[in-house]
Design a protein around this ligand. Structure first.
Ligand code: GLU
Length: 303
């Protein structure tokens, strides 16, 4: 399979599409990025590494980091984490409050904000130095000490994070947040502020294509945990457009409001795409188009 050629052709074709998306302006710092940026990078199990466009430019990975915080919580506590949150698609927006009322403060899954806030709470309770320890975990996955948070993005989000503040306090009222809401939220905003370029993103996520093992054969998660995280990305990774992504792309993946998408082909590759303008569901407009065309041309998906 000549992924290189397919990526080049798909990139050129997607680049010509008129972009009907808009930037995520609700976080002021995200509104400042160059909306024309477009990068792609693939890392394969058999060691092909190839990128195109703005693949070396850092961006805010936002909710993509929810997969990494879940991975660390899962690694530490195992199946116990599912006492605190579910594994069902929510069918509502990423920052919705409505289901929490009927679900007694148990978020539907770890990839909506409510779920990621509970995961942040779990990590706060279980890590000695949560901010440093999480960063060390992420850096170790791909042996990359360059990875870091953006204090500017975290501060920008904190200033306007009224919905997340509401979510955290609401969940706390049901007893499903154990720490001080302001500490949980500070940590959550830090997690969302992680920056990576497409190359780094695809390298970090390759362990999910490799049964939970990093390229240097470090065990990050067990085979079963890795399978389950892929399953959650498949069913819940794209807000309430997860069905559409599954239908059109056919891979597990996760998007973020910074315009990044990571998609995994278990046993084969991880691919990162970044184009900051988002469609009406909050997913990268061009990123979705690129991946649809990519899996169509390569005729490879998990189905
Ligand atoms: N930090 C963003 C928020 O909490 C993450 C949203 C996203 O990327 O889905 O609103």
């Amino acid at each position: 399979m000549d992924f290189k050629e397919i990526i080049q052709e798909t990139y050129l074709k997607t680049d010509k599409i008129s972009n009907k998306g808009t930037l995520a302006t609700y976080i002021p710092q995200l509104a400042k990025v160059n909306s024309k940026s477009f990068g792609v990078y693939i890392s394969t199990i058999d060691n092909l590494n190839f990128g195109i466009g703005d693949c070396y430019q850092k961006f805010s990975i936002q909710s993509i980091s929810k997969v990494l915080s879940l991975s660390l919580a899962y690694k530490i506590l195992g199946e116990k984490i599912w006492e605190r949150l579910g594994v069902e698609p929510s069918g509502t927006a990423f920052n919705s409050l409505v289901q929490l009322e009927t679900d007694n403060g148990i978020p539907r899954n770890p990839f909506i904000n409510a779920g990621a806030i509970v995961i942040s709470d779990i990590l706060l309770s279980n890590l000695e130095n949560p901010k440093e320890d999480f960063l060390t975990f992420v850096r170790n996955i791909a042996n990359n000490s360059e990875l870091n948070y953006s204090s500017k993005i975290a501060a920008s989000e904190k200033e306007v994070g009224f919905r997340n503040i509401a979510l955290c306090n609401f969940i706390k009222s049901f007893g499903n947040i154990k720490n001080k809401p302001s500490d949980v939220l500070d940590f959550y905003f830090d997690l969302c502020s992680l920056e990576m370029n497409c190359k780094e993103l695809s390298e970090v996520f390759l362990f999910l294509a490799n049964e939970g093992n990093s390229v240097t054969n470090k065990s990050i998660l067990t085979k079963s945990q890795s399978k389950r995280i892929n399953a959650l990305m498949q069913t819940c990774g794209f807000y309430d457009e997860s069905g559409e992504f599954s239908f059109k792309v056919g891979l597990p993946g996760k998007s973020g409001v910074g315009g990044g998408i990571i998609a995994i082909h278990p046993g084969k590759y991880s691919i990162a795409v970044w184009s900051p303008k988002l469609n009406t569901k909050g997913n990268s407009y061009k990123g979705m188009k690129f991946l649809e065309e990519f899996t169509t041309r390569s005729e490879l998906s998990i189905f």
